[in-house]
Design a protein around this ligand. Structure first.
Ligand SMILES: [Zn+2]
Length: 285
């Protein structure tokens, strides 16, 4: 069944677990996310705006994924991930996204709140939910790779004021995670007090981004501190990339359509592991 994140995260918040939000970018990867959740867990398909704008745009991609969501026995939401181009974000709402992340975190808190509030008002017309971000996470990959450091952490007082001003459904909090793949053996240090303080003051649904490689213990403790949505992209992609890299060598007769079709299946166990950690197994109803 197709839903917005609104009711899904409110339930997670009330019952003290997190819903997994997994990055997809085409029909195959979206199908993998839904299939992994059919262990009776709610699930969020996150479509990174940069991917949507570069690969299949929202006018092509949205309706078939909505159809797959409608046909699923578990609650499925589609959330635009890191929507920094507001004109494109509006197109995604128009095409049927049930949820959008308005990422104006590059601006100062006041401008971030002003832009986010305008998106909240627009999303209400579509019955869609809105996630936003205060603070700014680093990215472990690419030309300007850097870990999240102290100055990039979310200031709890700014976040509390932001939630009250904007009326958002969920807030992404920067408290130690970084987007992308960490170096082998590296486990980030999380500052759970930031999450706990915002939760205590607002009761809002809070979000962990950059969940890949954060470590199972950090994730469990995040949920205990008040996280209700965990974003994982990199680990799902790595599982599929490794499958695609090794399979033709192991089986030279592997035809390309079957390889593509099988690659999303190679990522399912990764997602199932995270669903278990998040506490959302059995929470589809
Ligand atoms: Zn993110």
């Amino acid at each position: 069944m197709y839903q917005s994140m609104k009711g899904m995260l409110a339930k997670a918040n009330a019952e003290g677990y997190a819903v997994m939000a997994i990055n997809a970018f085409n029909l195959e990867t979206a199908r993998g996310v839904i299939k992994a959740a059919e262990v009776n867990a709610p699930i969020i398909i996150v479509l990174l705006q940069d991917h949507v704008m570069s690969f299949f745009d929202c006018d092509i991609l949205t309706k078939p994924i909505v159809k797959m969501a409608e046909q699923s026995p578990v609650p499925v939401a589609i959330n635009l991930d890191h929507g920094h181009d507001i004109a494109h974000l509006k197109r995604c709402l128009h095409e049927g996204f049930s949820s959008v992340m308005c990422d104006a975190s590059a601006y100062d808190a006041e401008e971030n709140a002003r832009i986010t509030r305008s998106v909240v008002e627009l999303a209400q017309i579509y019955g869609a939910s809105v996630e936003a971000e205060v603070g700014n996470m680093g990215c472990a990959e690419g030309a300007d790779a850097h870990f999240t450091d102290d100055v990039m952490y979310t200031d709890p007082d700014v976040a509390i004021d932001f939630i009250k001003k904007t009326g958002i459904d969920a807030l992404a909090v920067s408290y130690g995670s970084t987007h992308g793949d960490y170096p082998e053996g590296y486990v980030p240090t999380f500052h759970f007090d930031i999450v706990e303080k915002i939760k205590a003051a607002t009761g809002a649904a809070l979000v962990l981004h950059g969940g890949s490689g954060a470590g199972d213990d950090n994730m469990r403790r995040s949920v205990e501190a008040g996280i209700n949505k965990i974003n994982v992209g990199t680990d799902y992609m790595i599982a599929q990339r490794e499958f695609v890299a090794r399979s033709p060598a192991e089986n030279p007769g592997y035809d390309y359509p079957t390889l593509v079709q099988d690659s999303w299946k190679a990522g399912i166990d990764t997602i199932k592991h995270y669903i278990e950690i998040s506490g959302s197994t059995g929470k589809a109803r």
